[in-house]
Design a binder for this molecule. Sequence first.
Ligand SMILES: Cc1cc2nc3c(=O)[nH]c(=O)nc-3n(C[C@H](O)[C@H](O)[C@H](O)COP(=O)(O)OP(=O)(O)OC[C@H]3O[C@@H](n4cnc5c(N)ncnc54)[C@H](O)[C@@H]3O)c2cc1C
Length: 391
Amino acid sequence: MPGRKILSTGAGKCNLSNTNITAGHYHGGTPSFAARVLKALPPGKVLDFFGELGLLLSAEPNGRIFPRSMKASDVVNVLVNRLKEKGAEMRLLTCAQSVKKKLSGFEITVRQVPPKWDKKAAPGPLRTLTADAVILAAGGPAYPQIGGSALGLDLARALGHAVKNPRPVMTPLKIKEKTVRELDGIRLEAVLSVYAGGRLMGSERGELLFTDYGVSGPPALSLCRAAVAALETSTVTCRIDLFPDHSRETLFSLLAKRRDAGPKRPWRNFLCGLAEERTVNLLSSALKIEPAAPAGSVKDPLLAGFAGLLKDWRLEVAGSLGFEDAMAAAGGVDTAEIRPETFESKLAGKLFITGELLDIDGDCGGYNLHFAWISGLLAGTAAAKQKGLRC
Ligand SMILES: Cc1cc2nc3c(=O)[nH]c(=O)nc-3n(C[C@H](O)[C@H](O)[C@H](O)COP(=O)(O)OP(=O)(O)OC[C@H]3O[C@@H](n4cnc5c(N)ncnc54)[C@H](O)[C@@H]3O)c2cc1C
C-alpha cells in the first residue's frame, strides 16, 4: 500500500514536522548540507504544501506538528489524492531491481512481488521501464517489518554513489539491570540524562516507557545516538529523574510530611498517588525497605536516600536494539555527491536521491519526515522543470 511507513509514524498520529526545524537537528557527514537544504526550501513552505493539500495541522507545546485529526492515514490520503488528481500511475508491490543510466535517460528493471500475506504467490517476471529522470526514494533499512530495506542503497551504489555504513538510530536502549523488566509497560514523565565516564552526553525530558529490555519513549530514542557512540569507549549510565518538577529537598519534605501524617500506613501504599506502585517497590527493594513495614519506620536518612533515588536513579546502558526497532538509519548515500538545492546527483544528471537513503538523519520530533518531504518537494520540482513541466 502507498505510504505504509507513514501510517506507523508517531504511533499512528504522524509527527510530520516541528515548529523548530533548524540545521542543528540534523546529523550526517556533510554538516553544511542541512543548512543549504533549509535555505532552498524554508520549513514554512513544506507546511504550506500540506495546507494546499487540505490537511489541517496542529502544533504541540513542545513544537511537534501533527495532522489536526491525529491520524497518519489522513496524511497518506491527501498525498494519494493529489497523485490521483495529477494522473500519476502508482505501481504497488513493484520492486525496482536495477537502475541503469543510458545515453538518454534511464532503464529500470522491476519485478512484481507477492504480498507478504500470500505465501503461495510467486514473484512476477522481470520487466523493463524507461524514464527521462529517476527519483530514488527507497528509504533505509530501519524497520523492515513495514518496508524498510537496504535495496535502495544497493541501487545507489550501482549508479556509482559512495554509501556510508548504515547504522540504526532512534532505537530504545537496552539496560544491564534485569530488574527494570518489573516495570514493563509503565509510562511516566521524566528527565533522562546519559553520562559516559561521568560526562553528561545529553539530557531530555518527556514520556519514558519502561520495557522488558530497558527504556524507550522519546527521551530514550533521542539520546540513543549519543549513548551508543559513547559505549564504544566507556561505560554509559542512564540517570532518571522521576520528579523533574521537584528539587531533592522539596521532594524529601513532601515525603516526610506524608510519613508523619500516617506513620502506621504500610510503606507499599505510602506513595499512592505520587508514583506507580511497581516503581516504588523496585526502588524500595534497592534500599532494602520492606513493602509491609510501617512508613514511620523509615527514618529521615533512609527517606532522604529514597528521595535521592526518585530524583537520580542510575542504570547502566547495555546497547541499543537493531534495525528491527530503529525509527531511522544513520549513514547512507554521501551527501557531498548530492546538490542540496535540487537533490540531483552530481555524478549522474536527472538522477535524484531523497530522504532516508541519504547520509543525514534528524532528531526525534518530526525532523526525519520533514526531511523526507523537503527532499521530495525539491527533487520532484527540479525533475519536472527539467522536462518543461509546470508544478
Ligand atoms: C515506526 C516508525 C515511526 C516513525 N515515526 C516518525 C515520526 O513520527 N516523525 C518523523 O519525522 N519520523 C518518523 N519516523 C522516520 C520516518 O518514517 C522516515 O525517516 C521516513 O519515512 C523516510 O522517508 P523516505 O521516503 O526516505 O523512506 P520510506 O518512508 O522508508 O519509504 C521508502 C519506500 O520505498 C520502498 N522501497 C525500498 N526499496 C525499494 C525498491 N527497490 N523498489 C521499490 N520500492 C522500494 C520501501 O518499501 C518504502 O515503502 C518513523 C519511523 C518508523 C519506522
